[in-house]
Design a protein around this ligand. Structure first.
Ligand SMILES: *[C@@H]1O[C@H](CO)[C@@H](O)[C@H](O)[C@H]1NC(C)=O
Ligand SMILES: *[C@@H]1O[C@H](CO)[C@@H](O)[C@H](O)[C@H]1NC(C)=O
Ligand SMILES: *[C@@H]1O[C@H](CO)[C@@H](O)[C@H](O)[C@H]1NC(C)=O
Ligand SMILES: *[C@@H]1O[C@H](CO)[C@@H](O)[C@H](O)[C@H]1NC(C)=O
Ligand SMILES: *[C@@H]1O[C@H](CO)[C@@H](O)[C@H](O)[C@H]1NC(C)=O
Length: 562
């Protein structure tokens, strides 16, 4: 019976085999970089379609709303049949796919890039600040604890992560709630919005919401009292090698209603997985899920993807502090702060798991323990704990070409891409080495070198944006059983790295993100970058612009780095 279900499900799960857009995680910096890029590309695409008249392009600095009225932001995503997003970029993707007001904001930025920072501030940042109601005094007491937490958990935490942590802890909430407030206040996405519901016009992609399943051998904390007891933990077991962080993705064909996922959730494990639950309290005992197949929930996650709430799916992808429940010390800090850092799931979906979690915070008994086992209760955390670039899931889904949008701090950092290649070094502490490589060639050091040879755009008057670099890497896959990738496939990676320095400070400097959006959009549509943008960047997004190449004074350059 179990075998039949598995075979039936496998038959449904075919790779897509086309061009995928992969959007790297990185909190609000990722969202701002993605927004500036898509708006900038939409502007150039629109101006180019409008006319082959060069003088119109040359005036592209002017804000001219009337000329841009017919602009369609979604058109610049037409080339992609799949979008693979991680963490902050999953917020971006959710807003792009499910929010008319967010698409209007992008259109406004594309129409009038010189006022982008004001638009982003008024329509995105301010509504969010209002909704979170975070006051500086609320945070003062826990400031150093949060800095220590981020540093221990994520290594030398970048400003953006510390910034998010401040907000998360100062609002004293669960991660689900944090993401709910963010999506609702900035884009009007309600908590009831389902993955399979009708998207904004023009969005017809397959969306991969990349995340990580937390599978420690034992000790992942579900509940810990302030003096340790009662304590409820889970662990995972399998016959084969089971990494503590296993890559996973929710996939949905946008607009497909209550349909099941078009792609597999995890790479098919050779052996089933089992969750074991332990209660450290009187009469609690222990429980087990029994053998689990397909999606670690006997198929119920891929069956119900269309009905899952967008908020919780995206919260899982972005649960950047979620790994904290895997360690005793962090669990203690989380208990002290009463923070819920992971996103919970089981065979009955997100909401039922969340209810069970809440009930367990008030009391623990044998019935609740047994419910944990019956529903295969476990934690989902940020996609950055497996591959934060979105590339590996794109390749796993069958892409032979991937346009990758990275966001880096200050310089054209290659590390998160290089770690996917043979001989690479894993960047984030605790991410299991055995998840890599994803590519057998070129070598990680050749990838590092390729990044130094990337083309860059000219920057004018940019304060926060430091580099926009891009280039192509021809890669060949390695056999990878954790991402479910066959060896020997050729994949073209077109990489765009948006590098910015956001000296965030404390609560005052949110508008920096608006400046970043503006600087990215202006740089891409800057007439000084016209030739290189038209010949190299635009064809990645808008294939109908290929005819436009005849208009080039110089033939398009196709740089091959490797
Ligand atoms: C190009 O556009 C400019 C500005 O709109 C206009 O003045 C000019 O006549 C146009 N040239 C051609 C050849 O269409
Ligand atoms: C899924 O089915 C339920 C019940 O029939 C319905 O209320 C809901 O709108 C459907 N969801 C989608 C995304 O079509
Ligand atoms: C999943 O299916 C297996 C095999 O049919 C069964 O033994 C196990 O109890 C199921 N687990 C859950 C949580 O439903
Ligand atoms: C998945 O959906 C199919 C078809 O709707 C149904 O027959 C099957 O029982 C479902 N499986 C699970 C695990 O929900
Ligand atoms: C440069 O940027 C600053 C701040 O964004 C702005 O006030 C100024 O007008 C800009 N200067 C030019 C020449 O665009």
């Amino acid at each position: 019976m179990a075998l039949l279900v598995r075979l039936a499900l496998l038959a449904l799960l075919r790779p897509t085999g086309a061009v995928t857009l992969a959007l790297q995680g990185g909190g609000i910096r990722a969202l701002a970089s993605d927004a500036g890029l898509v708006a900038g590309i939409a502007r150039v695409s629109h101006l180019s379609h409008l006319s082959h008249n060069e003088s119109i392009y040359k005036q592209s600095g002017d804000s001219d709303q009337t000329k841009m009225d017919t602009l369609n932001v979604m058109r610049v995503l037409q080339n992609f049949d799949t979008v693979s997003s991680v963490s902050g970029s999953s917020w971006f993707a959710a807003e792009l796919f499910f929010s008319n007001s967010f698409v209007e904001l992008l259109k406004g930025i594309a129409s009038s890039p010189f006022t982008a920072s004001v638009q982003f501030d008024q329509q995105w940042i301010q509504p969010w600040l209002l909704a979170t109601d975070v006051q500086e005094p609320k945070f003062d007491g826990i400031q150093s604890l949060v800095r220590l937490w981020v540093k221990l958990l994520l290594g030398t935490g970048d400003e953006d992560t510390i910034f998010l942590a401040q907000f998360f802890f100062a609002s004293g909430l669960s991660w689900n709630h944090f993401v709910d407030v963010l999506l609702k206040s900035t884009a009007g996405i309600s908590v009831n919005r389902q993955m399979g519901s009708t998207p904004v016009s023009g969005a017809s992609h397959t969306w991969l919401v990349d995340h990580t399943v937390l599978l420690p051998t034992s000790g992942a904390c579900i509940r810990q009292g302030k003096l340790i007891f009662p304590r409820v933990t889970y662990g995972a077991a399998a016959d084969g090698v089971l990494p503590a962080y296993l890559p996973a993705k929710f996939s949905i064909k946008l607009g497909s209603g209550n349909s099941s996922a078009p792609l597999s959730y995890i790479a098919q494990p050779e052996e089933p997985i089992q969750f074991n639950f332990r209660g450290l309290c009187l009469g609690c005992g222990s429980a087990s899920s029994g053998a689990l197949y397909v999606d670690m929930a006997n198929g119920s996650l891929i069956n119900s993807t269309g009905a899952f709430p967008v908020v919780q799916t995206v919260a899982a992808s972005s649960a950047v502090f979620g790994s904290a429940i895997g360690g005793f010390v962090f669990s203690e800090i989380a208990a002290q702060l009463t923070a819920e850092v992971a996103v919970w799931i089981g065979t009955k979906g997100f909401e039922a798991a969340d209810e069970l979690y809440d009930t367990l915070q008030s009391h623990v008994d044998a019935d609740l323990m047994s419910e944990l086992g019956k529903t295969a209760f476990h934690a989902l955390i940020d996609g950055g704990f497996s591959d934060g670039t979105g590339i590996a899931q794109a390749v796993s889904a069958g892409a032979s070409e991937v346009v990758v949008v990275l966001n880096s701090f200050s310089t054209n950092q290659p590390e998160y891409v290089a770690q996917l290649f043979q001989g690479g070094t894993v960047v984030k502490p605790a991410v299991p080495k055995e998840l890599f490589p994803v590519f057998q060639s070129p070598s990680a050091s050749a990838v590092q070198t390729a990044f130094t040879e990337f083309e860059t755009l000219k920057l004018h008057n940019s304060s926060y944006l430091k580099v926009i670099a891009f280039g192509k890497i021809q890669a060949t896959t390695a056999e990878n059983k954790f991402f479910g990738i066959q060896g020997g496939r050729d994949v073209t990676l077109n990489i765009i790295n948006i590098c910015s320095e956001l000296s965030i400070g404390f609560f005052a400097n949110f508008e920096n993100y608006g400046h970043l959006v503006q600087e990215v959009a202006l740089t891409i549509s800057d007439p000084a970058n016209r030739d290189v943008v038209l010949s190299q960047l635009m064809p990645l997004f808008d294939s109908s612009l290929n005819s436009f190449r005849s208009f080039q004074s110089t033939p398009p350059l196709r740089r091959q780095f490797i």
